[in-house]
Design a protein around this ligand. Structure first.
Ligand code: NAD
Length: 366
């Protein structure tokens, strides 16, 4: 098996080098118009959003599943026509190396498991789409990027909002400076979290609390609108329930300064809901979305009136975009490096809370 895997990886690397030199190769997704996905982790997001989205995609197809719950195997096989040989569990996951019917593994596990399954997926010769946040730490993100690079596989992070028309329009308003150069952005995302025993409240599985889970959307919005990386952050945390939030953060507010001077005022919380928005302020007017980060119903306003586009399935758009990157051998706009940049800022936010100080983020590494 190890020998097989080594020779597969060597072959893949050699084929990729040939492709780089302009030779035609028969690498995984060549001669295909559709890329075949296996979902890893069949929890809430896979069940309610991603599997339904994979029924709407043009360039991607759901053909496999990886689950630790045997009872789910038949349910999913019946519902989505998954063939028996494309059903795996967390122990025999590495046997994917022998399955050419699967091109991509989409990692939809608790955050603390993203690193392990991304690396194992890449070593099994699969491209990887990984849910957000990419991993528990920047070091883990780097290890995932390295593993995918070494195995000549593509890696992308599930930043669905970057494919959403309202978000794209807002970025265009920012880029075109329709309301003048941006001066400030306010962004926040939070919800009241329930079950005190869930993995989202456990440090090893979640990597952090509200900031890692939903604050990352506010951070993403600021980076996406400006196209810049923060040079410094200042952050504070508030905890109203020390027992429930013993391991992870509950509510955080933070400010970020962009190189152009744009100041970002952000917040995230697990203690209360109703905050799901961003607003960007230029010299000559403002624009924003509220709700901004939901699966649907995104709506916004600008100085010139409402911002409203037809609703899309954000997951289908994100998956199709990654599938096209594979089919056309292009780097994703939400590649692993994009997830790494967010984790670097998140680590600076936690460091600021810890030290009570403004934290400078090294230029080019933000
Ligand atoms: P979930 O708890 O509903 O599902 C997690 C899955 O992992 C379950 O099938 C569970 O059985 C499995 N699992 C395997 N080992 C586990 C362990 N040790 N502890 C707990 N579960 C384990 O979670 P979810 O809401 O589906 O989130 C999964 C991932 O998707 C997370 O990384 C989350 O941040 C991300 N997510 C992204 C979005 C988005 O909009 N892009 C939305 C929700 C969740």
């Amino acid at each position: 098996m190890n020998q097989d895997r080594r020779s597969f990886v060597r072959t893949t690397a050699a084929l990729s080098t040939l492709a780089g030199l302009g030779f035609h190769t028969s690498n995984a997704a060549d001669n295909q118009s559709t890329v075949n996905f296996a979902l890893v982790g069949l929890g809430s997001l896979s069940t309610n959003q991603i599997a339904p989205a994979l029924q709407k995609t043009k360039h991607a197809k759901l053909v496999g599943i990886v689950t630790g719950t045997p009872a789910k195997e038949k349910i999913w096989a019946d519902k989505y026509g998954i063939e028996k040989q494309n059903i795996y569990n967390y122990d025999n996951f590495d046997q994917l190396v022998d399955n050419e019917a699967i091109d991509v593994v989409y990692i939809v596990l608790p955050n603390g498991m993203h690193k392990e399954f991304t690396i194992r997926g890449a070593k099994a010769g699969k491209h990887v789409l990984c849910e957000k946040p990419m991993a528990n730490s920047a070091a883990d993100c780097q290890a995932m990027i390295d593993a995918c690079r070494e195995n000549q596989r593509k890696l992308a992070v599930g930043y669905r909002c970057q494919f959403e028309p309202h978000h794209l329009h807002c970025r265009e308003l920012a880029n075109s400076q329709k309301y003048g150069p941006l001066k400030a952005i306010e962004a926040g995302f939070g919800f009241k979290i329930g079950d005190p025993n869930q993995w989202r409240l456990k440090a090893d599985l979640a990597g952090g609390g509200a900031l890692m889970d939903v604050g990352i959307y506010a951070l993403q919005a600021c980076r996406f609108l400006t196209g810049e990386e923060p040079v410094a952050v200042t952050a504070q945390e508030t905890k109203t329930d020390a027992k429930k939030f013993a391991e992870v953060d509950e509510t955080i507010t933070w400010t970020m300064t962009m190189p152009s001077g744009v100041n970002c005022y952000c917040s995230t919380s697990y203690a209360f809901g109703g905050i799901n928005r961003f607003n960007a302020y230029g010299d000559r007017g403002s624009f924003g979305l509220d709700p901004a980060f939901s699966y649907g119903g995104i709506t916004g306003t600008s100085k010139d009136g409402p911002i409203k586009f037809p609703e899309i399935d954000q997951f289908a758009a994100e998956i199709d975009a990654f599938a096209q990157c594979i089919l056309q051998d292009r780097q994703s706009t939400v590649a692993g490096e994009e997830g790494l940049r967010d984790l670097r800022v998140i680590e600076a936010i936690y460091a600021s809370i810890e030290n009570g100080k403004r934290i400078a983020i090294e230029s080019g590494k933000g």
